[in-house]
Design a protein. Structure first.
Length: 200
């Protein structure tokens, strides 16, 4: 049990960051702005990186995500940094033992998504998030997780220049390998995202 508690304290990555691009609804709004609703899905892998939102000594590193996805406007890729920490609560992953999971909440997160056809970039910042990690089979992975993030659009390039908006992302995945240091992880994640954009 002590080994699991040690892992939970060190495993401070939130496994998401797969913001999806793909237009599904476009409508003009007042002032000449265009409202866009995005529904897409993405999948990819993540690994702990030398980036820490809240500790200069890198003691609670974030995860780096590399993903690809599809939406109604075509293909895209996404890269993200996300970090979370245990909040002292238990939780349950779908199909898992009740209360066997550890709940994590967001420390910080940001992502860049790139539309494959045009190269236009969309920038987002995660503002809140909750994740459930089931580490009950420690030290033997995989360790499944599920969660939800919400955030804001902070701009972009090309057609996304000056974009604002919000998003909600639901994700799942698993930790596949742990390093010898016991700090961090490598694994997979997939996500479905709904984003509402306002384009100038």
């Amino acid at each position: 049990m002590r080994d699991i508690e040690k892992l939970v304290k060190k495993l401070v990555v939130v496994c998401v960051g797969l913001v999806a691009i793909g237009f599904s609804v476009v409508a003009p709004s007042e002032g000449g702005d265009t409202k866009v609703v995005i529904k897409s899905k993405a999948s990819g892998s993540f690994v702990t990186t030398l980036f820490d939102f809240d500790h200069p000594d890198l003691s609670t590193p974030a995860a780096y995500f590399n993903a690809a996805g599809i939406g109604s406007a075509g293909a895209f890729t996404s890269q993200a940094l996300d970090e979370s920490a245990p909040d002292g609560k238990t939780c349950t992953v779908p199909g898992g033992v009740v209360g066997a999971g550890t709940e994590f909440t967001l420390v910080g997160g940001a992502s860049v998504s790139r539309t494959t056809a045009t190269g236009d970039l969309l920038f987002t910042k995660t503002t809140s998030g909750t994740e459930c990690d089931d580490l009950s089979t420690f030290p033997t992975p995989p360790f499944p997780f599920v969660g939800t993030d919400t955030g804001i659009v902070t701009g972009g390039t090309g057609k996304y220049s000056g974009a604002t908006g919000t998003y909600t992302l639901k994700f799942k995945g698993a930790f596949l390998a742990l390093p010898a240091t016991g700090l961090g992880a490598f694994g997979w994640s997939e996500a479905k995202t709904v984003t509402t954009l306002t384009l100038p």
